[in-house]
Design a binder for this molecule. Structure first.
Ligand code: PHE
Length: 345
């Protein structure tokens, strides 16, 4: 076969190649031990010298060219393979990503924030107080002297202090948010308007409506001539904003050592609208807060003259607000960390 044809044929075959295995086959076919070009080179020795030189040169050139062409083809095939892979592994960045689970605020926090928002719009500031108190703030300053039976209204977690055995006043976990009133009035002169949401502790057996800790929001307003009428207006404003315009409240006489007169605030049951149901224990009304006009002894304890200043205070159960708003029948759910419950808010 003459060299030109061999060259043409090789070229043609090479152009059609797409697979690396075929290329190897091709290489063997032409340049292998028994390959066509190899054979050609071997056969040179049988030719007369003149032709040998001429054909030898061409044959060598053909071998070199083929080697280069094979190398180039190898690279081309590899490049194609990579391109092909890239096409298959292409990432569609417009496909929506997997949702990352986001947490959210606890329902009680949401309720506390709502309460704060409403009272702030009525001119109240939001104040915080400590959860560990001493008995002076939690009781004495609130007109509940030692050994007074009224202390039994609050079942208390007392804190033992190992280092100082007979520490006075004794430490405790606050049983209500009312001590914040004292802290605030010690440091600020009236007129005052504050609320203070926070955690409180009671040494009690737990059930659907009792927990050993829960949340209250305290309120305090002191001014020159703040009256029960002002108090009623603020409370009505608050509950209508919180539960809706048709909400009704009522005051019942009650007793707290730190208020005189004292009231219990009831809200018309949002579930039965006053008819009586299991949520309101057939009463039609739900007790939601303790309140009253601040007792003169409390003002005296913080060196505010009760002749010049007066006002009201209230303490509301945040848990109960949340339970009514979301129709939850067991307070313990708030503290269960059960995601099936929490995810609903
Ligand atoms: N501290 C009272 C309680 O926990 C509620 C209250 C607050 C009553 C302020 C009157 C005034 O029961």
């Amino acid at each position: 076969m003459d060299i030109k044809n061999l060259k043409k044929q090789a070229q043609k075959e090479l152009n059609l190649l797409v697979k690396i295995d075929d290329l190897k086959e091709f290489e063997k076919k032409y340049l292998g031990k028994k390959g066509k070009v190899t054979e050609l080179l071997k056969s040179l020795k049988n030719l007369p010298q003149k032709e040998r030189r001429l054909i030898g040169k061409e044959a060598n050139e053909l071998r070199d060219k083929l080697m280069l062409a094979i190398k180039a083809k190898k690279e081309e095939i590899k490049r194609n393979e990579i391109e092909e892979k890239e096409k298959q592994e292409w990432i569609d960045i417009t496909v929506p990503a997997k949702k990352i689970e986001k947490g959210h605020l606890h329902p009680l926090t949401q309720v506390a924030e709502k309460v704060e928002e409403i009272f702030m719009s009525l001119g109240f500031s939001v104040i915080e107080g400590p959860e560990i108190e001493n008995e002076w703030y939690n009781f004495d300053a609130l007109n509940i002297p030692k050994d007074h039976p009224a202390r039994d209204l609050w079942d208390t977690f007392w804190i033992k202090e190992p280092s100082t055995k007979n520490q006075e006043p004794k430490l405790l976990l606050r049983t209500h948010t009312s001590p914040v009133q004292i802290h605030y009035m010690e440091k600020h002169k009236p007129p005052l308007r504050i609320i203070s949401p926070g955690r409180i502790y009671r040494y009690e057996a737990t059930d659907a409506s009792h927990e050993i800790n829960f949340y209250q929001v305290e309120g305090l307003m002191i001014d020159k001539d703040t009256s029960v009428a002002n108090f009623y207006f603020i409370m009505e404003e608050f509950f209508k904003s919180f539960f809706g315009k048709e909400t009704k409240i009522r005051l019942r006489p009650s007793f707290f050592p730190f208020t005189e007169p004292s009231f219990e605030i009831d809200v018309l049951c949002s579930i039965c609208k006053g008819k009586g149901c299991s949520v309101c224990s057939q009463r039609g009304w739900i007790e939601i807060a303790g309140a009253g006009m601040v007792h003169p002894n409390v003002l005296k304890a913080v060196k505010i003259n009760p002749k010049n200043w007066q006002g009201f205070a209230f303490g509301m159960g945040l848990d109960r607000l949340a339970m009514m708003k979301y129709k939850i029948n067991d307070i313990r759910l708030f503290y269960s960390s059960d995601l099936r419950f929490l995810k609903q808010f």
